[in-house]
Design a protein around this ligand. Structure first.
Ligand code: SF4
Length: 344
């Protein structure tokens, strides 16, 4: 490998939703005897899932696999209402770690469907976020992924609305939006698109560096929608060689010149560091930051309450006053650090 320089995109890697979900599952592991169950992969990243499996978390794709009374977490992608109900009916402690930005789309679907709208939803077939969102109003929603699919839709009766999966690429979204508004000029769309800030920021940073690179490395899993959107966008931005890798071991030996590096929203900084170590650029790493990202999503409320109770009980057992009980230091500790601690 003869890499001269690495251009490192910023923001990259874990978003606020993933940070929240990882820390919430880590808190459950700390609070309950194993096994803790998790419906679907907590995030789409093998390393993260493996760390939790090593800690006794069991990932399931069907709530029926969860024994009565066992604690369960629902993943960041958002779950269908019947899945949430089924989880609650198992009688165990349920934490719904859905990202608040996905909840916002669920809410929009519910409100529009309730008002009699037909909803055109731009999302990837089979992706957990799309499946969960469509289940909010299955009779009123029509999923599309391309301009051709918009054109192939039947005429829709009544008012129409356009909503989207949060992790689409801007280019995919814009083309489909234009086609939909071309067919239904009065279609309702949210004031701000459903594409989340993390998706937008990671794509913006990538576009800044991809045209200047001989090769672009995108770290993340093939089932991560925002990772795949980054890889597509790198090629569309003029980079002739785009490599999506799960880990540094998958990097080829023949990389040279200027190499760009970014990571999808479910890839940890630990993976980024191992890729940089493997690339070992002669002239070092230059971080290209397009914006600061300080969004923070607190843990789900019932988990917050539980952690506060545990902290309080621990402190009282040790003889402290309730007012001395420290607040759970969630914001200070990043999810990458939490994962590192889980692995140590
Ligand atoms: S990518 Fe966006 S919508 Fe998805 S979990 Fe992260 S912040 Fe939430």
């Amino acid at each position: 490998m003869a890499v001269d320089q690495v251009l490192l995109a910023a923001p990259r890697g874990f978003c606020a939703g993933v940070e929240m979900a990882i820390k919430a599952l880590a808190a459950m592991v700390r609070s309950f005897d194993p096994p803790v169950y998790c419906y679907h992969e907590i995030v789409h990243n093998r390393l993260v899932v493996q760390r939790f499996e090593d800690m006794g978390v069991i990932f399931v794709d069907d709530i029926a696999e969860v024994p009565t009374g066992a604690p369960i977490m629902l993943s960041a992608h958002g779950s269908a209402p019947e899945v949430v109900d089924a989880a609650r009916s198992t009688g165990g402690y349920v934490v719904d770690a859905v990202c608040p930005l996905v909840t916002k789309v669920h809410h929009e679907v519910k409100v529009r469907a309730g008002k009699g709208y037909q909803i055109v939803y731009v999302g990837h077939e089979g992706h957990e976020e799309a499946v969960g969102t469509m289940a909010v109003a299955p009779d009123a929603i029509h999923r599309v992924e391309s301009v051709a699919e918009v054109e192939a839709l039947d005429e829709l009766d009544g008012p129409t609305a356009l909503l989207a999966q949060t992790t689409l690429s801007h280019r995919d979204w814009t083309d489909v939006q234009d086609a939909a508004l071309g067919r239904w000029p009065d279609m309702w769309t949210p004031g701000r698109s459903d594409l989340c800030f993390a998706t937008t920021n990671r794509q913006g940073a990538l576009v800044e560096i991809a045209p200047r690179c001989d090769a672009m490395v995108v770290i993340g899993s093939s089932n991560s929608s925002n990772t795949m959107a980054l890889a597509r966008l790198a090629a569309e931005s003029g980079c002739s060689r785009v490599l999506r890798v799960n880990t540094a071991d998958e990097l080829p030996d023949d990389l040279d010149g200027v190499v760009g590096v970014t990571a999808g929203a479910s890839a940890s900084e630990e993976l980024v560091e191992s890729v940089l170590a493997r690339l070992a650029p002669r002239q070092g790493v230059s971080e290209i930051r397009i914006t600061e990202e300080d969004e923070y999503f607190p843990p789900p409320r019932n988990l917050r309450d539980l952690l506060t109770s545990i902290d309080a009980a621990t402190a009282l057992t040790l003889g402290a006053q309730r007012s001395d009980v420290p607040a759970t230091g969630d914001r200070q500790l990043g999810a990458s650090e939490v994962l590192r601690l889980l692995g140590s």
